[in-house]
Design a binder for this molecule. Structure first.
Ligand code: SAM
Length: 288
């Protein structure tokens, strides 16, 4: 929806709110086999990718999301060598994952190849690790891929998907989490983008319940800012299998061999703190 030709506006019906960005021009628009993809050039946020009317990412602030979708999970796992990303077609999460020298193989399972091809054109900086020999691309449905995955073959699963509608709906179900748990080794972690705590507790609550029902011992939502998403306050939810996501390799995080813009050991620690209303709603233990 546009206010006039100089603004892109995303309306969030459930929050009774809207977020607008001043745009210079529309760079691209197409209907892929799965969704409507638009790319804009904005006045202050750089390039903007929109899918089915919902903002996916901007040049200016995607580092917040991509770093928080990858580094906390990877520093919570004792030895993250095999990583699978479900969705994540813009390749920003893949780039962050491949910054970890311990990672031997990172597979991106994205349903819509057009998202990746457009990202290569309009967000080349996010695709800078695509030629890394450890990176592999599979274009297909992540739900099906997970159902057919070899048991015990993955250390960390990152679900970097669109909202739980359309092809992403099945990524928020107990059946999917069961498949994820089976694909993970004895020590494994899943992390999934999980919307805004201000507007979407109706998604976050059932997500925790479904992960726990699927057998994940511990679940926990990480908190971080994301200005282009509804309310500007976002979460990623972690589920541990034989790994407690309340703990992380803080010394390794503090002495990491790569640069980040947002993530560090203090940010990780802070992101683990749970607001009172979430602690109550999710019946988390005090101190978690
Ligand atoms: N972080 C962004 C957000 O929350 O707005 C999402 C970025 S990424 C572009 C999301 C990707 O998930 C899209 O490219 C979409 O095609 C992909 N996706 C949705 N459902 C999927 C599924 N079932 N399997 C694999 N990829 C899926």
């Amino acid at each position: 929806m546009t206010l006039d030709s100089h603004w892109f506006t995303e309306v969030c019906e459930e929050g009774g709110s809207a977020f607008s960005l001043k745009i210079k021009c529309k760079l691209h628009e197409e209907q892929s086999d799965y969704q409507r993809i638009e790319i804009y050039d904005t006045e202050h946020f750089g390039k903007l990718m929109v899918i089915d009317g919902f903002i996916m990412l901007s040049t200016l602030d995607n580092f917040l999301y991509h770093e928080m979708m990858s580094h906390p999970a990877l520093f919570s796992h004792p030895d993250p060598r095999r990583v699978v990303i479900i969705g994540g077609g813009d390749c920003g999460t893949l780039r962050e994952v491949l910054r970890h020298p311990a990672v031997e193989h990172a597979l991106q399972v994205e349903i819509d190849e057009r998202v990746t091809r457009l990202s290569e054109t309009y967000f080349p900086e996010l695709c800078s690790a695509n030629d890394d020999p450890r990176a592999e691309f599979f274009f297909g449905d992540g739900i099906r891929w997970m159902r057919e995955a070899e048991p015990g073959s993955v250390d960390v699963i990152i679900v970097d998907s669109t909202d739980p509608i359309g092809p992403a709906k099945g990524l928020f179900t107990e059946a999917f989490y069961r498949d994820c748990r089976q694909a993970l080794g004895e020590q494994g972690l899943i992390v999934q983008q999980s919307e805004s705590p201000l507007y979407h507790m109706d998604i976050i609550g059932p997500m925790h319940a479904a992960m726990r029902a699927a057998g994940f011992d511990h679940t926990l939502s990480l908190h971080f800012p994301q200005p282009v998403y509804p309310s500007g306050w976002w979460t990623a939810t972690l589920g541990g299998k034989g790994v407690d996501p309340r703990q992380f390799r803080s010394e390794d995080a503090a002495t990491r061999s790569f640069e980040t813009r947002y993530y560090n050991a203090d940010i990780h620690r802070a992101a683990l703190a749970q607001p009172e209303f979430m602690r109550r709603a999710l019946q988390l233990e005090a101190g978690s």
